[in-house]
Design a protein around this ligand. Structure first.
Ligand code: TXA
Ligand code: MG
Length: 343
């Protein structure tokens, strides 16, 4: 089993930074989800991530960077220094997005410095960069940088195709097949956002939304003054694009409220092996595992993956989920649920 340290234990952050500098893996809390991290410029270390996750090696990873020293009045030159080791030809709208949303739950796909982080980028000519806001992630990034680690590749800390982890316990469950020599996990509590970062392609003249998250397309357009354009076939592909992703073991089905109600009524007391995640209280669910979906999209995102893991219990064959409400604020939650339903 991997070892888990409380992130605020004395020496925990330093131990994690040392592991990264040694080319080993660290399970790291961020404000979105937990990541499984390695030195982005260390090809063997990055290869260990792909192996641990069972992820195809052409699926690019996000590189995480430390915030500049004085983030409160961070200007383009400070962000320039932070991203320069990895990215070049940064378009003006991307600087505006860094100023507006970094440190935070936004990943920018930028043209990659050709000699750098090729394995982490899955061989693509671009690189995904993110400056996470979580204080533990920042502390580890700063401590690792002091040891020469310029950036940390960290995909979500789940086996390929599975539900992303939002607690240290989830990470330990996902990587139970690894030893404590392979993986050190830092426990920084439950992730505040709960779904992965918004991904914006910034390799072309206008921003393209590749993955919805807590930061909406409308907020991206407003912050940089350039309208987000619809993705087309030239946009970089991402593994979050895969139809089958975020998969529980049970079959997940999305249904409208009335459909869910009718289906439960028809089954009556025969309803079994079913778990329910609904926005309304429902009759006929007394003997079933049931969770209520919060009315606020942020609250729903925060608990989504933990609820799916909880409902995906032994004996449950179907997870019936009521469709989230309309509206852009729900795009991230709707996206994760519809991919889970297609798995
Ligand atoms: O919130 C997050 O972004 C979390 C935390 C740990 O930071 N990380 C995360 O990583 O979700 P991952 O690997 O599970 O998802 C990253 C997504 C993938 O869909 C990947 O294909 C896409 O980002 N991506 C990364 N680099 C890319 C690139 N150069 N071009 C296109 N897509 C890229
Ligand atoms: Mg992932």
């Amino acid at each position: 089993m991997p070892t888990t340290l409380q992130a605020n234990d004395p020496g925990a952050v330093q131990a994690a930074a040392q592991r990264l500098a040694d080319g080993l893996l660290v399970g790291l809390p961020t404000e979105t989800v937990y990541g499984v991290a390695a030195d982005a410029c260390h090809a063997t270390a990055v290869q260990r991530i792909f192996e641990a996750k069972g992820r195809p090696s052409d699926h690019p990873l996000i590189v995480h960077i430390a915030a500049p020293i004085a983030p409160a009045n961070t200007d383009d030159s400070a962000w320039g220094t932070a991203v320069a080791p990895f990215a070049r030809n940064v378009p003006p709208f991307a600087w505006a997005l860094m100023r507006a949303f970094w440190p935070g739950p936004l990943t920018l796909i930028l043209p990659r410095q050709p000699e750098v982080a090729a394995v982490a980028a899955g061989g693509h000519p671009s690189v995904g960069l993110r400056c996470p806001a979580h204080p533990v992630a920042q502390a580890v990034l700063v401590a690792a940088r002091a040891q020469g680690v310029l950036g940390v590749a960290a995909p979500s800390a789940n086996r390929f195709g599975r539900i992303s982890p939002t607690t240290a316990q989830h990470v330990a469950e996902e990587f139970a097949h690894l030893t404590d020599a392979d993986l050190l996990i830092l426990d920084g509590g439950a992730c505040a956002v709960g779904i992965e970062s918004t991904i914006v392609d910034a390799t072309r003249s206008a921003p393209v939304l590749l993955r919805p998250g807590a930061i909406t397309a409308e907020q991206v357009s407003a912050a940089c003054g350039v309208a987000v354009v619809a993705r087309d076939d030239d946009a970089p592909r991402s593994s979050g694009d895969l139809a089958a992703h975020y998969a529980p073991r049970a079959k997940l089905r999305l249904m409208t409220g009335p459909m869910l109600k009718t289906a439960l009524q028809i089954l009556g007391s025969d309803a079994q092996h079913i778990a329910v995640y609904a926005r309304q209280p429902l009759r006929g669910t007394r003997k079933l595992p049931v969770r209520r979906m919060p009315n606020e999209p942020q609250a729903a995102a925060h608990e989504l993956f933990a609820v799916l893991r909880e409902l995906d219990a032994p004996g449950v064959r179907l997870i019936w989920v009521e469709e989230p409400p309309e509206g852009e604020a729900w795009d991230g939650v709707r996206d994760r649920l519809s991919r889970a339903a297609r798995a």
